[in-house]
Design a protein around this ligand. Structure first.
Ligand code: ATP
Length: 428
């Protein structure tokens, strides 16, 4: 089994990621997060928000809608050309992205294909209820457009002056031709975006700044820093308005894979929306009075992709000797679903359960913790290791005497006696 299969299996088995609509045979490119996965994903989003918004005086957040005015996607160019070139196998009619196949159909071995044609990735829907007045709309193909749409509102309603950024986390939808590799390429996914608005003269400085900041972010998140790298887009592959672009890539089980893009977008987006909406989106510098359309540094990454990479990065099988093995997720403690698991040594001794319950109630006021009183302690440790819980706290008979508990740490498996009153500090 390769790492992708192992992670897929663990994710399903332990409530991290499930295939959507599985009882109906599933639907390609859609996934649900289970009880453990949703906690991890929420932690990851909080971690990003803290890093990108909370700790910065010059970045503010928004939360935009999935459906916008359809003209947005004309202005952005998505209606005209947001897609991939697709070829269809003439025998089995399976469709592939042109860059995915050599000369032979991976499905049936046939060598004949239709000519490549463009395939639009936007999901369409209709807004309105009365037959003739319905308008065609799109589920957003990228979340960042809301940021351009709200740029003027943010300038007018906050104390921000350029240079400043607007951040957002939200869903995006792409009718990907070949969704694959668990959540890596899915059809409904979540993006974290930040658009930083600057004067054109300041672009080089801010572009470098955000490249460094974003790489630091991923370096802090993953254990294996050697699995991270920048990939600069070759000049001939840049979209016409972009001056420079880098991907931050992670070395996934199938090779280097995009995690986030850092893009030099210039003034293209606001210019386009000014043109299509007829509204002036220029900015007037309050100090100099200079009026201009701001340029943009974009950092745009995938929440689901990052979580998947975290699982690859943290997955380990450790040989404990004498035929014993353990699987663990050595993941960042702020991302783990639970900070700690709380166990009464046995479940049929009411004093132990009561004491453990008191600890659970107290810790859960500040941290996400989880309760387990099933099976023996060894099995409980195995389970918590597999979902990456950093600490396991066991309440035993001594706890009743001296108000201490055994805390076992995930990575080292070291056990320590800790005073109950010090637990809060210990696990945070
Ligand atoms: P790719 O080349 O892999 O299709 P992209 O360059 O089209 O990605 P962007 O449009 O730059 O991606 O989107 C920003 C981020 O959104 C990506 O870095 C990725 O993390 C995430 N993303 C894009 N498409 C998907 C998808 N189909 N499933 C999951 N995440 C995605």
């Amino acid at each position: 089994m390769d790492l992708l299969d192992k992670v897929t299996s663990l994710a399903k088995r332990r409530g991290i990621i499930y295939p959507n609509s599985e009882i109906y045979g599933g639907i390609a490119g859609f996934y649900d997060y289970g009880p453990v996965g949703v906690e991890m994903k929420n932690n990851l989003k909080r971690y990003w928000w803290k890093e990108m918004v909370d700790r910065r005086e010059n970045v503010v957040g928004i939360d935009g809608t999935i459906i916008t005015h359809p003209k947005v996607w004309e202005a952005s160019g998505h209606v005209e050309s947001f897609g991939d070139e697709v070829m269809e196998c003439k025998k089995c009619h399976q469709r592939y992205r042109v860059d995915e196949i050599k000369d032979i159909c991976p499905n049936c071995g046939n060598k004949e294909f239709t000519e490549p044609r463009m395939y639009n990735l936007l999901f369409e829907t209709e807004v309105g209820v009365i037959e003739n007045t319905k308008i065609r709309a799109y589920l957003r193909g990228e979340a960042c457009q809301n940021i351009y749409l709200d740029f003027k509102n943010v300038v007018d309603s906050t104390r921000q002056v350029i240079p400043f950024g607007i951040a957002q986390i939200g869903k995006a939808f792409r009718n990907e031709i070949t969704p694959q590799r668990l959540t890596y390429r899915s059809r409904e996914f979540e993006q974290w975006d930040m658009q930083f608005f600057v004067h054109a003269d300041e672009m080089p400085k801010w572009f470098e700044y955000w490249k460094t900041e974003r790489m630091n972010f991923y370096e802090n998140l993953y254990n294996k820093k050697e699995n991270l790298r920048f990939r600069q887009h070759p000049k001939n592959q840049l979209v016409f308005y972009a001056k420079d672009a880098y991907d931050i890539e992670y070395n996934a089980p199938w090779g280097w894979a995009e995690n986030e893009g850092i893009h030099w977008r210039g003034d293209y987006d606001l210019t386009q929306h000014s043109k299509y909406s007829g509204k002036d989106l220029s900015y007037t510098d309050p100090a100099s009075g200079e009026r201009y359309i701001p340029s943009i540094v974009e950092t745009s990454g995938g929440v689901d992709r990052t979580l998947l990479m975290i699982l690859f990065d943290g997955y380990e099988e450790e040989d404990l000797g004498e035929g014993n093995k353990r699987t663990l997720l050595r993941i960042h403690k702020d991302i783990a679903a639970y900070k700690a698991a709380i166990f009464p040594l046995v479940s049929n001794k009411p004093e132990l359960v009561k004491k453990a319950r008191e600890i659970f109630d107290s810790l859960s006021q500040k941290e996400k913790v989880v309760w387990d009183s099933r099976g023996n302690i060894g099995k409980r440790y195995r389970y918590q290791d597999e979902i990456g819980t950093p600490y396991c706290i066991t309440v035993d008979y001594d706890s009743l005497e001296d108000d201490t508990v055994t805390v076992r740490e995930r990575d080292s498996m070291k056990q320590e006696r800790v005073k109950i009153e010090e637990l809060k500090q210990y696990i945070s």
